[in-house]
Write a protein that binds this ligand. Structure first.
Ligand SMILES: [Zn+2]
Length: 261
């Protein structure tokens, strides 16, 4: 369960690259819709293969109509990758798959046509593999009805703990600790939970780099990972002095928009 602007898509690409190169298997990748599946294949998958020598050799580009590789089906030695939409029941039923990757599950319909829950349909494909891997990812949408939140709650709930550079206290990052003086979002800072030291944006990024996953519940066979937007490793957009400034400004703007509507 990761916020947008963390590294969600990159993580999915790395998992996929690992299985293609190191443990070739029949793989199913599900995007919310057929259109999104095709766009993902053309924009993300092709670029990943083009720029990664280990994959470039294995997944040959679609060159002709008779090519084994189409937009929604990629073959490589020892396996293949079907890229489908959660709204297309035909794609969800079919041959067994060892690896099932479900992207942006909070944007899936409740039912794929009249066939039922697309997540359950996709996971059913792995039943004949003892070593199957199922990966679900999403930015959570509405609290209470979010698929990813519901899934995360059934895991060991890992969170990324970071250390304060002043007092060494280990903590998770929370929005309530992003603070600024009234009307001065450009002065936003992060406040340590323990010693109340003010972290600059560089301190925050340093702390994230040195952090680690810690499970907050007992392991029961499912690992879950949580990241909110305060963990974003990316630089701020132009016009902001820091990522914290951007977060504060965006918060103030959304509050203003909510008031005027
Ligand atoms: Zn501290």
């Amino acid at each position: 369960m990761w916020a947008s602007q963390t590294t969600k898509t990159t993580l999915l690409e790395n998992i996929l690259g690992y299985f293609i190169a190191a443990e070739p298997s029949p793989i199913l990748l599900v995007q919310p819709s057929v259109e999104m599946a095709q766009a993902w294949s053309k924009e993300r998958f092709n670029a990943t293969c083009r720029d990664t020598p280990a994959l470039r050799e294995l997944v040959t580009e679609q060159k002709s109509r008779t090519s084994e590789n189409t937009i929604q089906l990629k073959t490589f030695p020892g396996g293949n990758l079907a890229i489908i939409g959660s709204n297309a029941p035909a794609g969800l039923a079919g041959r067994p798959r060892r690896v099932v990757l479900l992207d942006e599950v909070d944007r899936y319909p409740a039912s794929a046509g009249s066939e039922g829950d697309p997540v359950a349909l996709a996971i059913r494909r792995t039943e004949s593999f003892w070593n199957s891997v199922v990966y679900l990812t999403s930015t959570p949408t509405n609290k209470g009805t979010s698929r990813i939140e519901n899934e995360y709650e059934q895991t060991d709930r890992r969170m990324w703990f970071v250390k304060c550079h002043k007092c060494q206290h280990e903590q998770t990052l929370k929005w309530s600790n992003v603070l600024w003086e009234k009307d001065k979002p450009e002065k936003a800072y992060y406040q340590c939970d323990e010693c109340e030291a003010r972290w600059s944006d560089e301190d925050r990024v340093q702390a994230i780099r040195g952090g680690k996953w810690i499970a907050t519940e007992a392991f029961n066979g499912k690992r879950g990972y949580f990241l909110n937007g305060i963990y974003s490793p990316f630089k701020s957009k132009r016009g902001f002095v820091s990522r914290l400034h951007q977060m504060a400004q965006e918060f103030l703007e959304s509050k203003k928009a909510a008031k005027s509507s």
